[in-house]
Every structure is written in C-alpha cells, then in structure tokens.
Design a protein around this ligand. Structure first.
Ligand SMILES: Nc1nc2c(ncn2[C@@H]2O[C@H](COP(=O)(O)OP(=O)(O)O)[C@@H](O)[C@H]2O)c(=O)[nH]1
Ligand SMILES: [Mg+2]
Length: 401
C-alpha cells in the first residue's frame, strides 16, 4: 500500500436489508457481517470495517490494478458498515462520528423507509456535506418505480447541505454500476486536517488479539481501533486514554480512571507503519494488558499524547436544535420540547451515553451524564429520546463555554 495516499472514511448507511453489506463487499471484496449472530440473523449488528485502494487506470477509477493497463493508486478509502435496524441506532451514531462522507443506500423497489430518513438526519446532525446516494436493487424495480424512487430521494435531499448529492442506480448483487460509485468516491474532496495539532484519536472498537493459551512473554498488548481525527501518532508515543477504565466501586457506584500507555505498533489495513497522519483509520497496539481492551471495553474513549486531552465531563451544558418531526418512525410525530428530568441518549464522538436534563434556561440545557465524555470544541452532540421503547434521533446540540 502507498502510505501517502489521500485517505477518506466513508460510512455506508440506510434501512435494514437495502443492501449495504452486499454493496460493501462489491466495493472492497470483503464481507463485513462476520459475527456468528450477524450470520445467523442476516443483519449487521456491530460496526463493520473494510477498506480499499482506488486506482486510476487510464480514465477509469477502479479498486483493482487491471492487467496490461497502466494503473496508479490515487486514494485509500476506509468504509464503515452501519447497522440499519432501528434498535441499533446508537451503534450507527457512533459510526457517524468517525466518517468524512457517506453512501446512503436506498432499495429502489422499497423506497425510503424509516431508517433511511433517520440515518440521513444523523448525517445532517453531523453537518456532513459529502454524500453519494445509491439507488440499489435496481434489478428488482420497474422503470416507473425507479423514477418514482428517484423523485422521492431528490425530495429528501432538498434544502439540505447534501442537496446536490449524486444518485446512482445500482445492483449491488449483480455488480451493476459499481464503477460509477468509484468515480464519485474519487471526486470527494479530502477534508483539511491538521497534522501539527495535538492528536485526537477516537476509539470505535477495542480488542484482545491473543489466542487463548499464549505464553505471557509472547502476548500482544491491548488493541484500539478507530480514526485519527487530527495530529500525528508514532510508535513509542506515550498516550493517554479518557475517560478510560470503568471501575465498579462498592454500593453500585462507578468511576473511570484515565489510562496511560505507550504505542507498541501501528496498523493500517494489512500494513504495519511507524507513523500515521490525520484522517487515517488505524489500529494501535498499546502496552496495556489485553484484558483491559477486550470486547470493545474502551469504545467511545478519546486518545491523545500525554497531557493533551481535556478532562472527561460528567456534566455538560449545550444548546440544542431539535428536528420538527421525529424521524425513524413509520407515522408522523412532532418533536416535543425537552423537559427537565427527562432522560436522553447522547452521542458525543464515539461515546454513547445516557444523560438526565437537570436544568433548562434561555435555551441552555444542562445535563448530567451516566458515562463521562471528552467533548471537543467542534463536536456536534447527537440527541436521541426514547419513543415507544426505541432511541430516536430528535436533534443535535453544541457544547457551550
Ligand atoms: N436483487 C437484489 N438483491 C440484493 C441487492 N443488494 C442486496 N441484495 C440482497 O438483499 C438482502 C439484504 O442485503 P444486505 O447487504 O444484508 O443488506 P443490509 O441490511 O443493508 O446490509 C440480501 O439477501 C442481498 O443478497 C441487489 O442489488 N439486488
Ligand atoms: Mg448489513
């Protein structure tokens, strides 16, 4: 892999069964539903990851170096496969926190469904600009149906920051028009990122890669996977992880302890690297005991070099912008104003936490959080309310002071 290729992180979102995982396997050659539960139920439950290099072969953009043609690598794309089931909105939101662009998959034969809208609203809450709409299962839709669906999509995009997103008719299953998606992926402007600022690494997953029975001296350290949003990280760096380790105290109390560790190795796709710049989707091997990172236990944490992270907060103050209507439901329902003492689910970077509204005055909302969160300056906070037993995205907030 060319290590200096421009890199972009793309989320694949949309309603369950519309073909996100199938499309991703076309784009990357990798099937992301790999957990036994996912295979059994046929739905994506955890965030999936897959990546590909894009090549320019003559005028064509593709994901393989074509034989007999002069091909140059032009871009590295990391994809995040989001679950489309309504019960998994929190997972989708933590995925939305780490992307620069998105592919919204809409099955042309079914049209826009509740989670199509809800995921689209989540992209809006993130203020995302780069979107590609894939009108999938075109092989199952009549010409009339496809046209009707096209109009419906146009209508959804209208008046938003993603109004002019390309809409591509595709059959993921039969491999139709996949090259058009590559072309659009190549056109997306790479966001400006700061190499010099303090590193900000968002943990989207954490795990233990050791096989049972491995001898202690041979053990690999705990692994953190996620996106380096800003700055540079290199092997040997001393890092801190916040809020860090969850500790249960007596009498049901809990607390979090900042973890300090060192970068043992860095990995991008299949490659091992020494240094990595902003925008990269990477895994970090740390010197932490792998039992501390197993089973996503550090998901939602933020990492920087020693001394460079603000403290995780248990109380935050924000201004909230609520949607007019609740998305994600089958019918229509307006969003009621926030109420004191109500419980909300907040997504702050990759952290998902429940919070209680403590005070509302002059449009400022004070919340106490169940899980402390590191809130960075420019973050949008996703706000979800429990409606009929599910968390529904109702708007977003920005931290004040
Ligand atoms: N006919 C047809 N079926 C498709 C297409 N894309 C996906 N499928 C099927 O739709 C089902 C759901 O696909 P999947 O990728 O798991 O959807 P996801 O829930 O959005 O990830 C599977 O049975 C796929 O084989 C397509 O373009 N045409
Ligand atoms: Mg899926």
């Amino acid at each position: 892999m060319d290590k200096d290729l421009p890199e972009i992180n793309v989320g694949v979102v949309g309603h369950v069964d519309h073909g996100k995982t199938t499309l991703l396997s076309r784009l990357t050659g990798k099937f992301t539903d790999t957990h036994s539960e996912e295979l059994k139920r046929g739905i994506t439950i955890k965030l999936g990851y897959a990546e590909t290099t894009l090549y320019k072969c003559g005028e064509k953009i593709t994901n393989v170096q074509e034989k007999g043609k002069e091909c140059t690598p032009v871009r590295y794309v990391s994809f995040i496969d989001a679950p489309g089931h309504e019960m998994l909105m929190a997972t989708m939101l933590s995925g939305a926190a780490i992307i620069d662009a998105a592919i919204l998959v809409v099955a042309a034969n079914e049209g826009i469904k509740p989670q199509t809208k809800e995921h689209f609203m989540a992209l809006q809450a993130r203020n995302l600009k780069n979107l590609i709409v894939v009108q999938n299962k075109i092989d199952l839709a009549s010409k009339e149906k496809a046209l009707e669906n096209y109009k419906e999509i146009k209508n959804l995009l209208k008046g938003t920051s993603m109004e002019n997103a390309p809409i591509i008719p595709v059959s993921a299953q039969q491999g139709v028009n996949i090259d058009k998606i590559f072309e659009e992926l190549y056109k997306i402007e790479i966001p400006k990122r700061d190499e010099k600022s303090n590193p900000v690494f968002l943990v989207a997953r954490s795990f233990d890669i050791n096989k049972p029975g491995k001898k202690i001296p041979e053990l690999n350290g705990g692994i953190l996977g996620g996106i380096l949003k800003e700055g540079t990280l290199k092997v040997g760096d001393e890092i801190e992880i916040k809020p860090g380790l969850y500790i249960k105290k007596t009498r049901g109390e809990t607390t979090y302890k900042t973890l300090h560790t060192k970068i043992i190795s860095l990995h991008k796709g299949e490659d091992t690297i020494n240094e990595v710049g902003p925008g990269a989707s990477i895994s970090i091997e740390t010197s932490l005991d792998p039992s501390l990172t197993k089973a996503d236990s550090l998901r939602g944490c933020v990492v920087s070099t020693k001394g460079n992270l603000p403290d995780a907060k248990e109380n935050i103050k924000m201004k909230a912008t609520l949607f007019k209507e609740v998305s994600g439901l089958k019918g229509h329902q307006i969003v009621d104003p926030l109420k004191t003492k109500e419980t909300l689910m907040l997504s702050i970077n990759t952290t998902i936490t429940v919070g209680t509204v403590e005070k509302i005055s002059n449009g400022e909302i004070e919340l106490s959080l169940n899980i402390p969160a590191v809130v960075l300056e420019k973050d949008n906070i996703g706000v979800a309310r429990n409606i009929e037993g599910h968390w529904r995205l109702i708007g977003w907030g920005t931290q004040i002071e």
